[in-house]
Design a protein around this ligand. Structure first.
Ligand code: AMP
Length: 548
């Protein structure tokens, strides 16, 4: 078995690795570090949790330990899809570069340009950025990318989902042709394949098994139920969620609850709070300091339930999460794997409970095909027909128009859900849920994503999901959803509010198989002349380009 000392890392980096408590490199590290140190391009097909961050930070620090940065000219660049991931990568640099003198700057939205400018002006060895913020700095003339020797693209498939690919292509065109590229993606969608063929030169390809096959420590359960009425289905789902959490009792020390849409993240979090649960939402419309506070208190065990969107929770490294609840089944099967992978990390046990209604059938089939097994059906802790005495009757589903009216009608500032109501209504028939990543109208706070240039109506911001179709056949006119009944207040679900955090066990990484396969036919191929073509493409890019 390879050990870290076999990898030719700078001794100061090795020292930091030992201090971090790592004994052996994970497969992605053993596969990616040697070619990266040789200066080769690397294509790492690995998801978060496999140790991939160290697989690029360790060789980068080793290489950057020699030489110094000049003012406004960073020597390396790491692009991440979200602010949280960028911050996590920056923390990794702090950990592994603590014995090496390296300067770094984190360019993410929500932080003043001025502070970031000061750092860039001094000269940084490592620039960690979300694509939108990086381009903002570049366009303000504050940043020169001509000295970038190593460029990392992290979580490329998530960049694709978010419609970031035009920005990435543009950035590739701004850095020197002779740079080294380290490129990571959990999956190889055709569009990702195209990008790697265009911008990587004879990469060492390292693939580690998808987490789908390695999540044996996670107990999966499916709670299926049929809502009594269409207009009460959301309230019934929330009730099912509460019952599921309550049924887990103290075993559920903390949990991430996933919703497909930002509006539901807010609604579910508020509803849980109302019923006495210790819950907070996290998604891209919350400001950065709020998100950081929420995450910190979840990490510290002060917050028990984190209600999240896929984008906000993507790649977060929170070691002990006892439960994951899927309030919605994800419409992309691989998101199911990412979501449940938030629990059962590093050999710990974990429980993943998913709620499914009949409309989820096609998502369920796709998930079960991907994980190659049936999710065990569990007895639902609650059923709409057998409501326990005194339990809240599901409130009729609020139509967009009723919410809009209410928010206009004197409640002052509309709340999150109100502002998003028309979108929610449009998505309600559930042709394809309007996911967080599909509708960034203004810059997305998760991602600092810039709105596509030639956006028009429905064409905006699509990732690989393709079209969202809302057919009249499925559409529920708002007036039908209005109810004449008064909502009866339900008793708060009682539950222990003091979360206990599991004992910290040393973290190990469950990646399975390493294959290193240099792409032979590319070896003789000269690098394409890309800069001119790419710049033009970026200028012409539409969201459809990103969708591929
Ligand atoms: P990542 O996939 O980069 O998000 O890493 C997931 C977790 O694995 C992080 O908490 C790292 O600190 C940890 N980790 C990375 N490399 C190793 C290693 N070689 N041995 C044990 N843990 C590691």
């Amino acid at each position: 078995m390879t050990s870290f000392s076999d990898l030719n890392l700078n001794p100061k980096v090795l020292k930091a690795v030992v201090e971090a408590g790592y004994e052996t490199p994970t497969p992605i590290q053993a596969g990616a570090i040697p070619p990266a140190l040789e200066g080769r391009d690397v294509l790492g097909i690995a998801q978060t949790g496999t140790g991939k961050t160290a697989s690029f930070t360790l060789p980068m620090i080793t290489q950057l330990a020699r030489g110094r940065a000049r003012a406004r000219m960073p020597r390396s660049l790491v692009l991440c899809p979200t602010r949280e991931l960028a911050a996590q990568v920056a923390e990794n640099f702090d950990t592994y570069a603590k014995h090496v003198k390296l300067t770094k700057a984190l360019l993410i939205g929500g932080v003043s340009f001025k502070e970031q400018d000061v750092l860039i002006d001094k000269g940084v060895d490592v620039l960690i950025a979300t694509p939108g913020r990086l381009l903002d700095h570049f366009e303000r003339g504050k940043l020169i990318l001509n000295d970038v020797k190593i460029m990392v693209v992290d979580e490329a498939d998530r960049m694709l989902d978010m419609g970031f690919i035009p920005d990435i292509e543009r950035i590739f065109g701004l850095v020197p042709f002779t740079r080294q590229t380290l490129f990571f993606s959990a999956t190889m969608a055709p569009e990702i394949e195209r990008i790697t063929n265009t911008f990587l030169s004879n990469p060492a390809r390292i693939e580690v098994a998808r987490q789908a096959t390695a999540s044996e420590t996670i107990e999966q359960r499916l709670l299926q139920f049929k809502p009594t009425r269409r207009d009460t289905s959301a309230a019934e789902k929330r009730e099912m969620l509460r019952a599921a959490i309550t049924a887990e009792g103290e075993r559920c020390t903390n949990a991430i609850i996933f919703c497909n849409r930002k509006v539901d993240v807010d609604i579910v979090a508020k509803s849980l709070q109302k019923h006495g649960f210790n819950a907070e939402p996290i998604h891209g419309d919350l400001d950065q300091s709020h998100r950081t506070r929420t995450l910190d208190s979840f990490r510290e065990g002060k917050l028990r339930l984190l209600v999240a969107s896929d984008v906000a929770a993507r790649g977060l490294d929170i070691p002990s999460v006892s439960h994951v609840f899927n309030y919605d089944l994800p419409s992309h099967a691989e998101d199911y794997v990412h979501r449940i992978g938030r629990t059962g990390r590093a050999g710990r046990s974990g429980v993943a409970i998913s709620i499914a209604v009949p409309a989820d059938e096609k998502y369920l089939t796709a998930i079960e095909n991907l994980i190659a097994k049936e999710i065990p059906r569990a007895e639902a802790p609650w059923s709409p027909g057998a409501r326990p005495e005194g339990e809240e009757r599901p409130a009729p589903r609020e139509s967009s128009s009723s919410r809009t009216r209410r928010s206009r009608g004197g409640r002052g500032r509309p709340e999150e859900g109100d502002r998003k109501a028309p979108e929610e209504a449009a998505a309600a028939p559930r042709a394809e849920p309007e996911r967080e990543r599909e509708a960034p109208r203004t810059r997305d706070r998760d991602t600092d994503r810039r709105p596509p240039r030639d956006r028009d109506g429905d064409r905006r911001g699509r990732g690989r999901d393709g079209d969202r179709i809302v057919g009249m056949g499925d559409h529920l006119p708002d007036f039908i959803a209005l109810s004449f009944e008064e909502r009866r207040g339900g008793p708060a679900a009682s539950e222990a509010e003091t979360p206990e955090v599991e004992d910290e066990a040393p973290e190990t990484v469950a990646a399975v198989e390493t294959v290193e396969a240099p792409v032979a036919e590319d070896a003789a191929k000269p690098k394409p002349k890309r800069r001119k073509r790419v710049t033009k493409k970026a200028e012409e890019a539409t969201p459809e380009d990103a969708a591929g």
